[in-house]
Design a protein around this ligand. Structure first.
Ligand code: AP5
Length: 214
């Protein structure tokens, strides 16, 4: 099964993709994570992407489609969760081609519907473990022991450079202008399911599981 998670910054795409990876053995394909890895490694892709990401704009379709193409073969028989990809019509068409070339297809597109004002609080409070990448939130999902990662015990955490209010608003504008317009492309194929992303993480996860089981 291959699914796309769509939603604006902070909608919970990464949180839900990680849950599905754990519960179903599907592979999370996050272009945001791939790009941040490239930036951290100082690779040619990372050098190109760094300033674009820090400005809250979209990296080029060619770069992100190539990143997905390189990783797609690692998705095993349980399939892939596309998190933050596609973000433009061109990327949606590229994904169809990449899947078709491998004899696969897209099963579901899940749109997380959220209140944008609440997202700024979600994003501003977000941090992750510097060692294993586990994701937390100051208010909504703090670690069990203050300052200690639940998963690996590390005491180092990091916050993303694009998680400030000005950049978040720019990212939301990019979402409305370039990503929301791809919903009709999937709607006309009957692939889109809308889930209320303002519910608790567990309730959102339960709804997504029900869609995948239907
Ligand atoms: P990317 O990393 O994809 O960022 P994003 O889409 O802006 O999404 P986020 O990661 O900020 O949010 P999320 O929806 O995953 O929410 P999360 O689960 O973390 O992209 C970053 C940049 O890379 C882009 O701006 C662009 O420059 C570039 N890029 C990436 N892909 C690209 C592409 N395809 N094309 C071009 N450029 C690309 O949750 C947020 C917080 O809320 C967390 O703290 C979490 O714990 C909490 N939370 C989650 N769910 C809930 C809930 N239900 N209730 C309460 N809190 C919750």
């Amino acid at each position: 099964m291959n699914i796309v998670l769509l939603g604006p910054p902070g909608a919970g795409k990464g949180t839900q993709a990680a849950r599905l990876q754990a519960s179903r053995g599907m592979i999370q394909m996050s272009t945001g994570d791939m790009l941040r890895e490239a930036v951290a490694n100082g690779s040619p892709v990372g050098v190109k992407a760094k300033a674009v990401m820090e400005a809250g704009k979209l990296v080029s379709d060619a770069i992100v489609s190539a990143l997905i193409g390189e990783r797609l073969d690692t998705a095993g028989r349980h399939g892939a969760i596309f998190d933050g990809f596609p973000r433009t019509r061109q990327q949606a068409e590229a994904l169809d081609s990449l899947l078709a070339e491998r004899g696969r297809n897209l099963d579901h597109v899940i749109e997380l519907v959220v209140d944008e004002d609440a997202l700024v609080e979600r994003i501003a409070g977000r941090f992750s473990c510097a060692k294993c990448g586990a994701s937390y939130h100051d208010r909504f999902k703090p670690p069990l022991a203050d300052g200690v990662c639940d998963h690996c015990g590390s005491t180092e955490c990091i916050r993303r450079p694009d998680d400030n209010e000005q950049t978040v608003r720019r990212r939301m504008a990019e979402y409305r202008a370039k990503t929301e317009p791809i919903l009709p492309y999937y709607d006309e194929r009957g692939l889109v399911h809308r889930v209320d992303g303002m519910q608790s993480v567990d309730d959102v996860a339960a709804q997504i599981e029900a869609i995948l089981d239907s």
